[in-house]
Design a binder for this molecule. Structure first.
Ligand code: AMP
Length: 173
């Protein structure tokens, strides 16, 4: 298996979830046992030179990558969830979308003071979600050691929005 073969498995779905968006569908990668394992191994290795304490996944596709990487590297896993899902004391970060507002939440005891976190998601698009995920980790006293994405959509310049952080992606379009 190669990362090029993994990239070839990503399916383009035009006009989803609305007209004009070319959706990068990663489900064919997940369905392929060899591809999924290879990708998790490669994403884990990409963190070799970074020191950090925990992995945070952004709901829900960030969980699909973040949790197995945390398991493989022996790190704790933090769920950054959509509003209203977490039961305990939490912190929120809300941000404007094209239509309306979206919020992500985290339990306040997810990090010890000063712990550093790698934030994982499937796709880096405009970077809005990722930036607010970083703010959320910082609100509860954590440090962001970097971001790890499976796919980066370079033409949307998400990396620019995350310029204060270390950003790693496995495949780029
Ligand atoms: P962003 O614009 O970076 O805030 O993207 C928010 C979320 O939407 C990311 O977590 C991606 O999972 C998802 N997303 C945005 N654009 C796409 C796309 N073209 N294909 C697949 N997923 C996308």
């Amino acid at each position: 298996m190669t990362i090029g073969e993994i990239k070839a498995l990503i399916r383009d779905v035009p006009d989803f979830p609305k007209p004009g968006i070319l959706f990068k569908d990663i489900t064919p990668v997940l369905q392929n046992a060899e591809a999924y394992r290879f990708l998790i191994d490669e994403m884990s290795s990409a963190l070799d030179s970074i020191e950090f304490n925990k992995i945070a996944g952004i709901e829900s596709r960030g969980f699909v990558f973040g949790a197995p990487i945390a398991y493989k590297l022996g790190k704790g896993f933090i769920m950054l969830r959509k509003k209203g899902k977490l039961p305990y004391i939490k912190e929120s970060e809300c941000y404007d979308l094209e239509y309306g507002v979206d919020c992500i939440e985290v339990h306040v005891d997810s990090v010890e003071p000063g712990e550093s976190v790698i934030i994982v998601d499937d796709v880096l698009a405009t970077g809005g979600t990722a930036l607010h995920a970083a703010k959320l980790i910082e609100k509860i006293g954590g440090k962001v050691a970097g971001f790890l994405f499976f796919v980066e959509l370079e033409f949307l310049n998400g990396r620019e929005k995350l310029k204060d952080y270390n950003v790693i992606s496995m495949v780029r379009f």
